[in-house]
Design a protein around this ligand. Structure first.
Ligand code: DX5
Ligand code: ZN
Length: 215
């Protein structure tokens, strides 16, 4: 299991210390939540902080764009050091626009992912699976850390696992929102490859133990 701690719940006045803690705790990815106050009702951080993060870590930078027009900012996030850019299915009106953005990301040599909100069905993204490196199933409404896990994510993971295995597609399944030891196990059993966890990891008194409990 790949663990991707979400720095949305880190201490931004001492971010370097928190990044070292997750590195020492055995995480291999870092989840970076970008919110624009428009696609979601919250504002987080942009690409300039990502380039500072890139300077202090070799962790795989898993960028989750919760913004209205991701295409507009792709180059900035890629230049800042993203290893994977995941954007939302709901950011665009049609699959052609989405495919253009996926191609643009992959053409620059990094990985591309699509995320679906809790009310979006997995069927919507089935035609995109073979183009994707990752699908991100949201298990909370995007926008805030610390919310409770929504159970419908488990069924979505199971369906995706079946499709991906049947068609022998190279696409990881990631789940994000309300992940802790218990919900993480449910997602693992359903077939998830990557667990994102923010508040569970950063509010735990022992970062290493928190990460190990999810693996
Ligand atoms: C929510 C973000 C998540 C968030 C998860 O919109 O996409 O990555 O940080 O936080 P927890 O793990 O606290 O639910
Ligand atoms: Zn996220």
């Amino acid at each position: 299991m790949i663990i991707s701690p979400s720095v949305l719940s880190a201490n931004f006045a001492d971010l370097k210390t928190d990044i070292k803690k997750i590195e020492e705790g055995g995480a291999s990815w870092l989840h970076y939540d970008v919110m624009d106050g428009h696609f979601v009702p919250n504002i987080s951080f942009g690409y300039s902080i990502l380039s500072d993060v890139r300077k202090v870590t070799d962790l795989f930078l898993d960028v989750h764009l919760m913004i209205s027009d991701p295409n507009k900012y792709l180059d900035d996030f890629i230049k800042a050091g993203a290893d994977l850019i995941t954007f939302h299915y709901e950011s665009y009106d049609n699959l052609d626009q989405i495919k253009t953005v996926i191609t643009k990301i992959k053409d620059q040599g990094i990985k591309a992912g699509i995320s679906i909100k809790p009310n979006t069905s997995v069927e919507a993204i089935r035609p995109l699976l073979s183009d994707l490196d990752l699908v991100l199933v949201m298990s909370v409404e995007p926008g805030f850390g610390g919310q409770s896990f929504m159970l419908n994510a488990v069924d979505k993971i199971k369906i995706l696992r079946n499709w991906i295995d049947q068609d022998k597609i190279q696409c990881l399944i990631e789940v994000d929102g309300g992940i802790n030891e218990e919900t993480g196990k449910q997602c693992q059993a359903a077939g998830a490859d990557v667990l994102v966890a923010g508040s569970y990891i950063f509010k735990h008194e022992n970062t290493k133990k928190a990460i190990e409990s999810l693996k």
